[in-house]
Design a protein around this ligand. Structure first.
Ligand SMILES: Cc1cc2nc3c(=O)[nH]c(=O)nc-3n(C[C@H](O)[C@H](O)[C@H](O)COP(=O)(O)OP(=O)(O)OC[C@H]3O[C@@H](n4cnc5c(N)ncnc54)[C@H](O)[C@@H]3O)c2cc1C
Length: 461
């Protein structure tokens, strides 16, 4: 256990966990505040998750949506970026433990902002992950790219029609925005980009199925937009199966239970999971030490000022927090991160002048709406009471995503990649490697081997 090498000062110490939308915006808001910030995250980048599906389907590269956090904060002298996975927060001693390559570091804090986001939820069936990766990280997106393109490659070499059919059937589980975007892009990849590039198979015969246990597509965006998205996807050739609950996933396909109770099977080599989220386990760590409660999705039930019960200096923001009326979307995390940073800013300034800090105003979320792309030139958008779809919505989607991408270089590179794909039919990022496609399976095998070796050792001793 050791303390990181930064110089200790008497300044107020702010520790931020996570470099996503919540953590990064909190750090940037504190730029001119007289505090020492340590931002600890388990990746070296700030990930723009809304465009992960474009990495998975070869439109853009991972670098375009994941600039290094260290470079984003390079000029912010009061901030230090530290790589490590936070494993424990000690609320009594006000320290945070993080692990990097087996070494544990302990970092003290005066104020703590926890923005560790959420992971994929398989609703208690974690073994599905091996066969149906989710889409939460760059690793996930690259693995999916490898699996999608790999399925076409294997189909080209297969002389068995049943096997070819299985390889060319793609199932996307979860008809929320990510599922809709993935299904649309796999279909366009097959119909436009890959068309004519194989000799034995016809990629346009690929069968894309979008499946959900709910009765509607895009439920959070309302019936009208859901129907619009559904109609557009069906026109493109995506098959939509609603009221269909996945009961099992294996290497060769999925098992589905329909509304009438009947069980059926879909043979498919490539499955994508976009059907649920589970907040960071750090929420349970807080609950074990305080009055804090978590909901079923592991989200922390925070106070109106986003602090946790009994600890006014510990805040939880973004996907990890349960705040009534605030969706698990980028804006919730951005606004939450900025809000708690301003509380810290005001209270540090008040104390520096020997004043009592003002009572905290509760967090107020400003709903800027939501959007999802369905296909090239087609999106659906909801802004306040306004709901619209089609080309205008797609242009709005394009503009907004460019605004929110971090960094000038990133914006220019993304714009160029979009020009290649949207003005023509090519995609610039169709490279796949064996590591991308098989690393997860190999790592899991290694873990299994290590676990069974340990058991054998125990039994022998
Ligand atoms: C595929 C996809 C598409 C999406 N599309 C949209 C969209 O179109 N519009 C929209 O508004 N929202 C969208 N979202 C949701 C949006 O991305 C999230 O709401 C937002 O990222 C939440 O921000 P956050 O800061 O809470 O968490 P995140 O952005 O997830 O950041 C979490 C951070 O914590 C770090 N971390 C996690 N655990 C630890 C740990 N133990 N120790 C150290 N660091 C840790 C992670 O590395 C990461 O840096 C999408 C999400 C996904 C997955």
């Amino acid at each position: 256990m050791s303390h990181p090498g930064a110089t200790a000062t008497d300044r107020h110490k702010v520790v931020i966990i996570g470099s996503g939308f919540g953590g990064l915006n909190a750090a940037k808001t504190l730029k001119r505040t007289d505090v020492d910030i340590k931002l600890i995250a388990k990746t070296t980048h700030h990930l723009f998750q809304p465009l992960l599906y474009q990495v998975a389907t070869g439109i853009i590269s991972e670098g375009e949506i994941a600039p290094p956090t260290r470079l984003i904060l390079r000029k912010q002298e009061n901030a230090q970026v530290l790589l490590g996975e936070v494993t424990h927060v000690d609320l009594t001693n006000q320290t945070v433990d993080s692990v990097l390559l087996g070494h544990t570091y302990r970092t003290p804090y005066d104020s703590l902002i926890i923005a560790a986001g959420a992971g994929q939820s398989y609703f208690g069936n974690d073994h599905f992950a091996e066969f149906a990766p989710g889409m939460k990280s760059i690793d996930d997106a690259l693995e999916l790219r490898g699996r999608i393109l790999g399925a076409f490659e294997q189909a080209e070499r297969s002389s068995d029609p049943e096997r070819r059919k299985k390889l060319l059937t793609f199932v996307v589980v979860g008809a929320g925005p990510t599922g809709v975007e993935m299904a649309g892009q796999i279909q366009e990849l097959a119909d436009q980009t890959l068309k004519g590039s194989f000799r034995h198979i016809d990629p346009t015969e690929a069968h894309v199925i979008l499946l959900d246990a709910a009765p509607a597509v895009l439920p959070p965006m309302g019936e009208k937009l859901g129907l619009k998205a559904k109609a557009r996807l069906e026109k493109m050739g995506v098959e939509i199966q609603l009221n269909a609950m996945v009961t099992d996933v294996d290497r060769n396909g999925i098992t589905v239970k329909d509304k009438d109770g009947s069980i059926r099977r879909i043979e498919s080599a490539c499955k994508v999971w976009s059907a649920g989220v589970q907040a960071s386990p750090l929420g349970h760590d807080l609950a074990a030490q305080s009055e804090t409660e978590v909901d079923r999705a592991g989200r922390v039930k925070v106070n109106p000022d986003l602090s946790i019960p009994g600890h006014p200096n510990v805040f939880v923001v973004g996907d990890m927090a349960f705040v009534p009326g605030v969706p698990g979307m980028a804006q919730g995390a951005i606004q939450g991160g900025k809000y708690v940073a301003k509380i810290i800013q005001n209270e540090v300034a008040a104390r520096a002048h020997g004043n009592m800090p003002k009572p905290r105003e509760p967090f107020k979320y400003f709903d800027k709406g939501s959007m999802a792309t369905v296909s090239k030139y087609n999106a659906v958008a909801q802004v306040g009471k306004l709901e619209f779809g089609g080309f205008i919505a797609w242009l709005a989607w394009l503009g907004l995503h460019l605004i929110y991408l971090v960094g000038f270089r990133t914006k220019v590179a993304t714009l160029l990649s979009w020009a290649v794909t949207f003005l023509g039919r090519d995609r610039g990022q169709l490279t796949i490697t064996e590591q991308q496609a098989y690393a997860r399976t190999r790592l899991e095998q290694l873990e299994e081997i290590a676990a069974s070796a340990q058991e054998t050792e125990k039994a022998a001793s």
